[in-house]
Ligand binder design. Structure first.
Ligand SMILES: C[S@@+](CC[C@H](N)C(=O)[O-])C[C@H]1O[C@@H](n2cnc3c(N)ncnc32)[C@H](O)[C@@H]1O
Length: 267
């Protein structure tokens, strides 16, 4: 299958490329035959567009899989809402859980997803912007875990703030898992970050330091509890560099990070 996607929706192929590179390895950080099916089902020169794959997005998926498992273990029959789900195959990796899935992504991305990953009664697709609160009306009663993997950085800061406040108002007691990039990486993207000669990463206006994020969440949603989820790279320099950097007082504040915010049970 060939396809025409551009802008932020095209980034779902970048993260797919990186996840597939892990799923292909015997020692990869994720086991994911469905990821490989989707990867091979799209006629696309991933290497030419995005260059050599990195384990980063496989690592992120593994970490968020574990967070969803934790939530499902303590909350009966929850709904997992994936904002900007792209071509993630998380639902298959977690197929043993008794959960309902909702993918919220823009129509252009969802049209590609649906050619390879069909929705069904318990895996619902909603073509909407995460920033349009109307999608929240479709979420059934009960425990909710919202994930936004590789999404918030593409929004303006005030859009991120509005989204977090909306989630807190609509889903008291929900968990919210997401990743952030540091300001330097955001700045780099604003000046045209060329990943390869043929691919410039879309603008990522929202960057934040690791040290600031918990205070920001406490300001936006008083009573929320913010946990940083540690991660490490499976091999290469990142394996020792990532934990070393994280523990370094100044530099450690400027790394990509993964978080779960537990929203208060009363808005
Ligand atoms: C970097 S990709 C991440 C995809 C997936 N979460 C993953 O980790 O592979 C960014 C995703 O955000 C989606 N997206 C962009 N703007 C959006 C919006 N306003 N609301 C919902 N999704 C959006 C894109 O279509 C794309 O699927």
């Amino acid at each position: 299958m060939g396809l025409e996607v551009s802008g932020v929706p095209e980034t779902m192929l970048w993260t797919l490329h990186n996840r597939a590179s892990e799923a292909l390895r015997d020692d990869g950080v994720i086991r994911d035959p469905e990821c490989l099916r989707v990867y091979r089902g799209i006629e696309y020169d991933y290497e030419a567009r995005f260059g050599n794959a990195s384990p980063s997005h496989g690592v992120r998926s593994r970490v968020v899989d574990a967070e969803i498992r934790r939530f499902a273990a303590t909350h009966p029959r929850p709904t997992i809402v994936n904002l900007g789900e792209g071509l993630e195959t998380q639902r298959y990796r977690l197929a043993d859980l008794e959960v309902r899935w909702m993918s919220v992504d823009v129509a252009e991305a969802l049209a590609v997803r649906e050619r390879l990953i069909p929705p069904d009664d318990t895996h619902v697709h909603l073509a909407a912007s995460a920033l349009d609160a109307a999608w929240a009306d479709a979420v059934p009663e009960g425990p909710v875990h919202v994930t936004a993997q590789g999404l918030l950085m593409y929004f303006e800061e005030q859009e991120v703030d509005g989204l977090i406040r909306m989630l807190a108002a609509r889903f008291p007691g929900a968990w919210l898992s997401f990743d952030t990039i540091p300001e330097w990486l955001s700045r780099r993207s604003m000046h045209g970050w060329k990943l390869t000669p043929s691919y410039t990463v879309p603008r990522m206006p929202f960057g934040i330091s690791r040290r600031e994020l918990p205070a920001k969440m406490a300001r936006l949603v008083p009573g929320s509890v913010t946990r940083e989820i540690p991660y490490s790279f499976p091999r290469g320099a990142g394996r020792w560099l990532a934990p070393l950097l994280s523990a370094t007082p100044v530099l450690g504040s400027h790394t990509p990070s993964i978080w779960t915010v537990e929203l208060p049970t009363r808005p």
